[in-house]
Design a protein around this ligand. Structure first.
Ligand code: SF4
Ligand code: SF4
Length: 287
């Protein structure tokens, strides 16, 4: 009898936080259907062997990242960029703060440390990517849809479509209340309650993980299909218009809030990317 040969997959972790790996490990349906052959967090192996699928998390922040990424990609039939960092550089750009940089560079003279790049870069600045899985991190369900190639899985166009909260036309806040203001009314849209929720034009697929329990969506799934092939400014303008229509918040306050650290990491992820001068990723390649 012919034996079923399980496809092999590897997880290459570059400069990131390991949140993507933890989320992947919470998605266990793949265990009987894939053989995990490399993932430093849980599987000991010196380097990435030949694999069917390579998941890459983390941004490219130093010269070792470039080396590991190029070597691993050569051995993979399909490469998937997983999470905000692999797609846009992400949280490791927080290391641009001068004091962190100084500590790192002073150590570099004494012991071998990888050489920092000026900024954290997306992996497709260095290799071809077959598929993008945005999220910070992508949920376990998204990992399962990816690995098991679930044909019935189709992310909703926006987080709003998965949220279930109702928009109330005459409930218009005068100002934002912040990201965590305490009490949240159930069933009513968070924008009506003064929260800076950007679920209106953020890609769905996360099952409105944050907004259902009352936390505003910060846009980690990236722009919806309508904006994915456009510059980030189109996405930002659309979000700004939603707040202008649904609230009485002054336009300057909306402008400032959309550029706050909580939101800008995600809202500018595609704008960051476009600084490289490359064409936007085709929406067909984004799960
Ligand atoms: S709370 Fe956010 S995601 Fe939910 S309906 Fe309102 S804008 Fe959309
Ligand atoms: S609700 Fe928004 S921030 Fe939360 S997981 Fe979904 S896309 Fe990300």
């Amino acid at each position: 009898m012919k034996q079923y040969k399980m496809p092999k997959f590897a997880v290459l972790q570059l400069s990131g936080c390991a949140g993507c790996e933890v989320s992947l490990l919470n998605a266990d349906e793949w265990i009987d259907q894939y053989q995990l052959v490399y993932m430093p967090l849980v599987v000991s192996a010196y380097s990435v062997p030949d694999v069917d699928v390579l998941l890459v998390s983390g941004g490219v922040r130093n010269n070792e990242d470039i080396h590991h990424l190029r070597e691993a990609a050569k051995r993979a039939k399909k490469v998937v960029a997983v999470g905000t960092c692999a797609i846009s550089g992400g949280i490791s750009n927080l290391g641009n703060r001068d004091e962190v940089r100084e500590v790192f560079l002073s150590q570099e003279e004494r012991i071998h440390l990888p050489r920092l790049l000026p900024r954290s870069q997306p992996i497709d600045d260095f290799i071809e990517v077959d598929l993008y899985l945005p999220g910070c991190p992508p949920t376990p369900e998204l990992f399962m849809a990816l690995l098991l190639e679930k044909e019935d899985f189709k992310p909703s166009k926006t987080v709003c479509q998965e949220c279930g909260r109702k928009k109330v036309p005459d409930m218009k806040p005068e100002h934002f209340v912040g990201f965590q203001a305490g009490e949240v009314l159930p069933d009513i849209c968070l924008i009506n309650q003064g929260y800076p929720c950007v679920g209106t034009s953020t890609r769905g697929g996360c099952n409105a993980l944050c907004t259902k329990p009352g936390h505003p969506c910060v846009g980690c799934r990236g722009p919806s299909d309508a904006f994915i092939e456009k510059d980030s400014s189109a996405w930002l303008k659309s979000i700004q218009r939603v707040f202008e229509k649904m609230t009485n918040i002054p336009p300057e306050e909306i402008y400032e809030t959309l550029r706050s650290p909580q939101l800008s990491l995600f809202l500018f992820q595609f704008s960051d990317y476009n600084q490289t001068g490359k064409p936007p990723r085709p929406k067909e390649k984004v799960l």
